[in-house]
Design a protein around this ligand. Structure first.
Ligand SMILES: [Zn+2]
Length: 125
């Protein structure tokens, strides 16, 4: 049996839009953000203080602190940690509901040994 001959339709591409020049200040900001996101796997990592816009410093255990005003912010891990500190033995659904972090993400953190789960209850390592 003979196969059909495929023909590729040649379409004319529109001319490329000129690439806008980035100003160096923006580039620097982008670099900083990328640096802060380097070890991130898609989770939200706070980088800038929501009160005074200073760069946050990582305090460990998912906690970020503003060097200027002392305001604290948390990433997904920090939020789950905070919740479990208050409500030890909560299950994944309760953690998801309270923190707004999807259960897939919580399950992933458990898989990464950042939390433990026993009898459906999540606990800190
Ligand atoms: Zn601040």
């Amino acid at each position: 049996m003979k196969g059909y001959k495929m023909s590729i339709m040649e379409t004319k591409k529109p001319p490329l839009a000129p690439i806008p020049k980035e100003d160096p200040e923006k580039e620097e900001e982008k670099k900083k953000l990328l640096e802060a996101l380097k070890y991130d796997d898609g989770e939200k990592t706070p980088t800038i203080c929501s009160i005074c816009k200073a760069m946050l410093e990582y305090n460990g255990l998912g906690e970020y602190v503003c060097p200027d005003c002392g305001h604290k912010e948390y990433d997904s891990y920090g939020m789950v940690r905070n919740y479990l500190e208050k409500y030890p033995g909560a299950n994944i659904l309760q953690v998801e509901k309270a923190t707004g972090i999807p259960r897939q993400k919580i399950t992933k953190m458990i898989a990464e040994d950042r939390f433990r789960v026993a009898g459906g209850n999540v606990s800190m390592q």
